[in-house]
Ligand binder design. Structure first.
Ligand SMILES: *Cc1c(COP(=O)(O)O)cnc(C)c1O
Length: 430
């Protein structure tokens, strides 16, 4: 049987860093990245034969668990009919209807291949319909890897909204300068930047429940205040729900929270484990997309019939038997159990949770409300906790700037295993 070290060395010879997405590397926690042979339900079988409880769930996409028989059947049947045509297929509207039916302020969606594409399209749409160039985003929110969204700002420039600097090499300065960055959970900062750039901001974009600086829920009133500030300035309000959509309930977090964003993006869960995401809005905005409108967007594999079959099966299963209360109860057990054990062992690590998602932050001071606070957590301690859990059969996200997930395939016995592993790990850290 192959070792992770051998597989990693082999991969590194032909793939940069040995991984096809940097989050899979263990840069934040140290050690050799793991390789998966297969998954079934809540468990992964690793390439070295070990079995581990999976709390990554493909970054939230696998809400029904791995290799779910219904999904496997749906995609097998779809694949047998042909895997892509580059021509419209009836399933695309079937899926779009299911999405639109759950979101009061979305009349139409366009299906794309990734969250990155969905957000890129949302931004272009916002610019196209407003005729403005600037975008406001929150520090610590992730919106995919398109040029203009890989931007953060030094903390001094943040509230003033001037002086931006890309978080990646290869992004032209003029593009980075179109993105203004504010702290998350600070509506006044949004209003200040809108005022400083009056008449020039196309959209304010954020993750309603932030999931890319760890699990950071919005403060009461924050999202509504941002929406109002954006609208008062003639800017659109974009909710990036690539993680949030269908993760806390059927449909969007923003809809459940009584918000009315102008454009929304969805991915992960709605793709059913395939490369599928969506951008949605009212008809007046969506019809600005080509071929009806002048905002161009396209994709050879968009609305791919195999991905669409997985997505329809996922949304139908979630609607038929919503797992959300059970997922939240399991995540709450993790929150309470880990926090009690950490306290007992004197380890400064606490789980912060929103409904069905959670992050173990290496700090004893919650809440974490923004990126600056998230960054203050002890990265080295998190790395030791991560490896302690992995050694005891639990795979967590390899960074505390991420959220962990439970799936409908997780059971209370799995949560018992999780809590025992945490208790045993803390005993080595205290
Ligand atoms: C994962 C994610 C994206 C990017 O989606 P990909 O499918 O990885 O391109 C965008 N926005 C948010 C909020 C995400 O969590």
């Amino acid at each position: 049987m192959a070792t992770h070290e051998d597989l990693y060395a082999k991969a590194c010879r032909v793939i940069p860093g040995g991984v096809d997405s940097p989050v899979r590397a263990f840069n934040a926690v140290g050690g050799t990245p793991i390789f998966v042979a297969s998954g079934k339900g809540a468990y992964l079988t690793l390439a070295d034969g070990r079995k581990v409880l999976d709390c990554c769930c493909s970054w939230g996409a696998m809400i029904l668990g791995h290799a779910d028989p219904g999904i496997v059947e749906a995609v097998s049947q779809a694949a047998a009919r042909g895997t892509t045509f580059g021509i419209a297929t009836p399933g695309e509207a079937e899926l779009a209807e299911r999405i639109v039916a759950r979101i009061p302020f979305v009349d139409k969606v366009r299906l794309v291949n990734s969250g990155t594409e969905a957000v890129m399209t949302a931004i272009r749409l916002a610019r196209g319909v407003t005729g403005r160039d600037l975008i406001i985003k929150c520090e610590g929110c992730y919106h995919g890897h398109s040029d203009g969204l890989l931007v953060s700002a030094g903390s001094g420039a943040m509230t003033a909204g001037d002086g931006t600097q890309p978080a990646s090499a290869g992004i032209p300065t003029p593009i980075a300068e179109e993105t203004l960055v504010v702290p998350y959970n600070d509506a006044e900062a949004v209003a200040a930047v809108l005022a400083a750039h009056s008449g020039r901001v196309a959209a304010v974009i954020l993750e309603p429940v932030a999931g890319n600086m760890g699990c950071v829920p919005p403060k009461p009133g924050y999202l509504k205040a941002v929406q109002e500030a954006a609208h008062a300035a003639g800017a659109l309000f974009i909710c990036d729900e690539v993680i949030n959509a269908w993760r806390f309930g059927l449909g969007l977090y923003s809809a459940a929270a009584g918000l009315e964003p102008d454009i929304v993006t969805m991915g992960k869960v709605i793709g059913g484990g395939f490369p599928l995401a969506a951008v949605g809005a009212r008809a007046a905005i969506m019809d600005a997309l080509a071929p009806t409108g002048r905002v161009y967007q396209a994709g050879t594999l968009s609305g791919n019939p195999v991905a669409v079959a997985a997505a329809i099966e996922t949304l139908d299963r979630l609607a038929a038997d919503p797992p959300y209360a059970r997922l939240a109860a399991m995540a709450e057990r993790i929150e309470r159990g880990v926090n009690a054990a950490a306290e007992r062992h004197g380890v400064p690590l606490r789980v912060q949770r929103h409904a069905t998602i959670f992050t173990p932050f290496a700090t004893d001071t919650l809440p974490v409300t923004n990126l600056a606070e998230s960054k203050r957590c002890d990265a080295a301690l998190y790395g030791r906790f991560f490896h302690g859990m992995l050694d005891r059969g639990v795979y967590l996200e390899p960074s505390q700037f991420e959220v962990n997930f439970v799936s409908a395939a997780h059971t209370d016995a799995d949560i018992d295993l999780f809590l025992q592993a945490a208790d045993d790990t803390f005993a080595t850290l205290g």
